[in-house]
Design a binder for this molecule. Structure first.
Ligand code: PGA
Length: 258
């Protein structure tokens, strides 16, 4: 069976205007053949969600957010709830990204956000990973997964994707060679370990079926190292390289689909 890879475009706090956001999105939409083969989830800043979803047309692309409130509604200035996200046209939410963890988001808060995403019927892209090379990655991954998934039922796991993103490998390799990013040996072993934890927390079917993605300086030059027929990853979470339409489309083209 042909595997449909998932590629997440995490635009972070870019681009600066809605006109640029729309231009970037429309350039991605032009590649209709790639969109049919690869599940692309574009995650712009909140303010562009409605705009992109209105311009999505019948294209097979999903829209996601980069954060979600841990609260459902009420007097919480500046927060954006799951139901608002859903009604603006997004279907996915990145939760627990290391840049948000660095701003003080704890595993407990991430667990609450996961619960809100599930309640709102959104798909959650749960980001996990160690901060420094050589750190006890297994212990950290196990702790992050257990706490984040503590309120996620077996039935809800069909709406969860996991992104393994070693924090030290994010936003590296700006010279475009990917030289400072992770090695496949290191990353593959973590994907297998994540599935082992999922098997312990749920069962072996969930461990097999839950998409596990790789993130951290993925670009056109190194995508095939992390996403290929022999890799345990089901796709990638792409930051910087998703902001340049030409580079992003080249990255998608380099994913070999059998
Ligand atoms: P990067 O970002 O591809 O720019 O390293 C990935 C991420 O932070 O999700």
């Amino acid at each position: 069976m042909t595997k449909r890879y998932t590629i997440i475009a995490n635009w972070k706090m870019n681009p600066g205007t809605k006109q640029e956001a729309l231009r970037l999105f429309k350039n991605v939409l032009k590649e209709k053949a790639l969109l049919r083969k690869i599940h692309i989830i574009v995650c712009p800043p909140f303010l562009y969600i409605s705009l992109l979803s209105l311009n999505k047309g019948k294209n097979m692309v999903s829209i996601g957010v980069q954060n979600i409130s841990r609260l459902a509604e009420g007097p919480h200035t500046g927060e954006v709830s799951g139901s608002m996200i859903k009604s603006a046209g997004a279907t996915h939410a990145i939760i627990g990204h290391s840049e948000r963890r660095a701003m003080g988001e704890t595993d407990e808060v991430i667990g609450e956000k996961m619960r809100q995403a599930m309640k709102s019927n959104l798909y959650a892209i749960l980001a996990v990973g160690e901060s420094e090379p050589g750190e006890d990655a297994h212990r950290i991954l196990e702790e992050e997964l257990k706490k984040a998934l503590s309120g996620v039922s077996l039935a809800d796991m069909k709406r969860v994707l996991i992104a393994y993103e070693p924090r030290w490998a994010i936003s590296k390799g700006k010279d475009d060679t990917g030289a400072n990013s992770d090695t496949p040996e290191h990353a593959f072993e973590k994907a297998i370990f994540i599935r082992r934890i999922l098997a312990n927390l749920y069962n072996s079917s969930i461990a097999q079926k839950t998409p596990v993605l790789y993130g951290g300086s993925v670009r056109s030059k190194n995508i095939s190292v992390f996403v290929n027929a022999d890799s345990p990853f089901d796709g990638a979470l792409v930051g910087g390289a998703s902001l340049d339409a030409r580079e992003f489309l080249e990255l998608l083209r380099r994913i070999h689909i059998k």
